[in-house]
Unconditional design. Sequence first.
Length: 492
Amino acid sequence: MKLHPQIERLNQIGIALSHEIHLEKLLALIVTEARSFTNADAGSLYTLEKEQLLFRIAQNDTLDQKGSRSSFKPVPIPLNTQSIAGYVALNGEVLDIDDVYHLSGELPYSFNQDFDRKNKYRSQSMLVVPMKEPDGEVLGVLQLINAKEENGQVVRFPESIISLTMSLASQAAVAIRNARLISYIKSLFEALIRYSASAIDARSPHTAGHSRRVAAYSAIIAEEINQLNHGPFKNIRFTRDELERLNYSAWLHDLGKIGVPEAILDKHLRLPAGTEEIIEERFKHCAACLVLEAALAGDPRPQEITRPQREALKEDLERLKNINRANWLPDEDEAFLDQLQARTFQDAEGERRHLLKDEEMVYLTVKKGNLTPEEYKTMQGHVEHTLNIVKNIPFTGHLEAVPSIAASHHEMLNGTGYPRHLHDDQIAIEARILAMVDIFDALTAIDRPYRKAAPPERACAILQSDAESGRLDKDIVELFVSQRLWERITEK
Ligand SMILES: [Fe+2]
Ligand SMILES: [Fe+2]
């Protein structure tokens, strides 16, 4: 059996509405479809929020054709029966008005002529329908204006169309409710991501705010790429969904740091916390033992006789403390540490002890940075933790790649990255962006106790050298550096 064409059309509209999950687009679609369904010249839509009707959409063919629409800034309408939309929202009934300029004075509502006056438009017939959910709750009001005959003449909206329009409006209400629900779930989820990432970043002052900035820089770069019509990015356009995917990946990229002990995450000396103090006590003990040894040997002035040795010990301790704070270990310091470790002293019980223990040497003799190879491995393990955590979030559709993008932020184009040592095309553009901004932020954002934050220009030079050596994507680096994109973070 063939359906009546209007019912069939209504059916198609219902399907279209149920597919649109972005609220703003959905509201515009509702007005467009309802107008085409009723052949209305104009239409507007209000949503009901906190006892007010908010004006959301206005469409008007006549004004668009004339290109003469003035900037009309409507104010929210209070929810009472004095306005047409308010009356419909409160009573939940449809108004089919022949001419809004000839309303009976006995009616509670009247027509507000502001829009018409400002735009030199003449509203005449109007069909005002509540957008009502199946349980009767009104979510908003749809106002269709000036039904047109084929010859362009404005007529009253035909009665035959009212019930179908009501049906369309309730489908619209259900679609609005769904879109709101999805947007609510999404904002809950996003807040959860943001707070979790920020809390993990805040475990160390070195990383506080890092994920937020990585997300902001990434968005700036992707939006800049979207503007480019020439050069290496001319064919790359990040859709709204892809921007969302990049944003989630950026926020989540270091989530795995939750699995890295604070002692490593927040380590800013070579020796683990408290070890320098233990070594200092040992040096003092050694100095005291020198005095004791001299006294036992019968020296009448043990303090004086051991002074030069004790002064030398003090100097050695100072040098050791400086090494503990250094980011780089020169060969002469390494030789100094070897000599120090070879030295022993006799303690009060007569036992020979080393000035430095083997395990302390492991920490002190790191060539670059302040992490031992073992600690470095633990630190790098955060990427695997990120993957394991994030892949358990049931991302679907356009977000399915979030775990792999997030867990590729330390991959380098020449295969020197980790954990999978990916190369070139194996690394998505989103992960390349993350890799670059991750380095930039680590260099610029935070003053470390013994290393000042790099100025952006210095950080850019490092990024360029990383691009030169084939680690970072040179087009992304070039775009970031030449457009000084980091400067836009404050604007965001
Ligand atoms: Fe990381
Ligand atoms: Fe990071």
